[in-house]
Design a protein around this ligand. Structure first.
Ligand SMILES: Cc1cc2nc3c(=O)[nH]c(=O)nc-3n(C[C@H](O)[C@H](O)[C@H](O)COP(=O)(O)OP(=O)(O)OC[C@H]3O[C@@H](n4cnc5c(N)ncnc54)[C@H](O)[C@@H]3O)c2cc1C
Length: 332
């Protein structure tokens, strides 16, 4: 059944899981929505990359569902056949495939299956970098890096917290004093990620193809072929925060050599091709206690994302949904 049309147009900044969850909630509530994403592709930290025949989950590897507010999204993804139950254990190196009862989910063709499903039917503009924001009562004006301006009645910002705060500050906007203190305490770990196509059909990672190592260099390694998303043997290696900090400025070749050498007992074959990525804001270590907040004096201009309340994919999705509901309540 078509949702009753509500007045107002909301612009959502960021096409990660938080932004898309917010946009869907708004659209299902009958509001006009436009999503602006500065990168050329959508998904943010839930993206899937392809090169040299390998398919890689690049950021988030899997997610859990511990909060019932997230369940409707899983139900939708299940109905659309885009989510799969990957494993139920901690996959810790040293032999634990200890079932702990929580399914770890991923997309059937990588995390981007889930993102594309959420994005279906939404108006999304990529390569739209929001650099300006002016808010007067319920009238918001966003400016893009190329100078174009876009008007809206409401805005939801879903970039990592330091980036949203920076955007506000550059445009003379603030959050209230208490929120400012809490948001300044929101911290993210950094993560260097190596993606490599291996010269073999199968790596030495057995069972589900994922392993939490938490060593000096490597935190997590996954074989995307065993995960079921890549025809070729393609591995994702994510480093521990200490390595990421120590080697952040090293050149990519040096980083790749170190990680491939460190993981060689698991990889069993040399890399045919590889790429190194740096995530400045990987996972939140501390979050704001609410699911979203408003800009001071501007109740229709909200901040949301994984820096709010919940952590990670699940937290980001809930934050986006609740921010969307908050806007809908104001326009009903
Ligand atoms: C290496 C790594 C591994 C991870 N592993 C897991 C895991 O296994 N399980 C898990 O649950 N979570 C994991 N996470 C965390 C998870 O990916 C994030 O918590 C979640 O995806 C955050 O979603 P989000 O929508 O809040 O932010 P993002 O995905 O960062 O989306 C924000 C979007 O806003 C865009 N943007 C920013 N500024 C602007 C602007 N000015 N104008 C327009 N667009 C803008 C960005 O380009 C981005 O696309 C991992 C993250 C990383 C990096």
């Amino acid at each position: 059944m078509a949702a009753k049309k509500q007045g107002g147009r909301c612009v959502v900044v960021g096409a990660g899981i938080a932004g898309l969850s917010a946009a869907r909630t708004l659209r299902e509530g009958g509001m006009d929505v436009l999503v602006l994403e500065r990168e050329a592709t959508i998904g943010g930290r839930m993206s899937t990359l392809t090169f040299s025949g390998g398919v890689f989950d690049h950021g988030a590897q899997f997610f859990t569902v511990k909060d019932e507010r997230f369940q409707p999204l899983i139900d939708q993804w299940t109905e659309h056949g885009v989510v799969q139950d990957w494993f139920h254990s901690q996959l810790i190196s040293g032999g634990s495939s200890n079932p702990d009862g929580f399914p770890r989910y991923c997309g059937t063709e990588g995390m981007s299956s889930l993102i594309e499903d959420l994005a279906e039917g939404l108006e999304i503009r990529t390569e739209a970098d929001v650099t300006g924001l002016e808010v007067k009562g319920r009238s918001c004006t966003l400016t893009l890096a190329d100078g174009e301006t876009i008007n809206a009645d409401a805005v939801i910002l879903t970039a990592p917290v330091p980036q949203s705060l920076d955007l506000l500050e550059k445009n003379g906007l603030q959050v209230n004093k208490r929120d400012k203190e809490l948001l300044e305490g929101v911290e993210y770990s950094k993560c260097i990620t190596l993606l490599a196509v291996l010269d073999t059909e199968k790596s030495g990672l057995t069972e589900w193809g994922g392993l939490r190592i938490s060593g000096d260099y490597i935190d997590w390694i996954a074989d995307n072929h065993l995960k079921g998303i890549s025809e070729k043997c393609a591995v994702t290696i994510q480093t521990v925060p200490e390595f990421s900090l120590d080697y952040w400025d090293n050149d990519n070749q040096d980083i790749a050599n170190r990680l491939l050498d460190n993981a060689k007992a698991l990889l069993l074959a040399p890399a045919i091709d590889w790429k190194v990525f740096r995530w400045e804001y990987a996972k939140p270590l501390k979050v704001h206690p609410y699911s979203h907040i408003a800009v001071k004096g501007a109740p229709t201009c909200l901040l949301a994302g994984d820096g709010f309340q919940g952590y990670r994919v699940e937290g980001a999705a809930i934050s986006g949904m609740e921010a969307g509901q908050s806007i809908l309540r104001q326009f009903s």
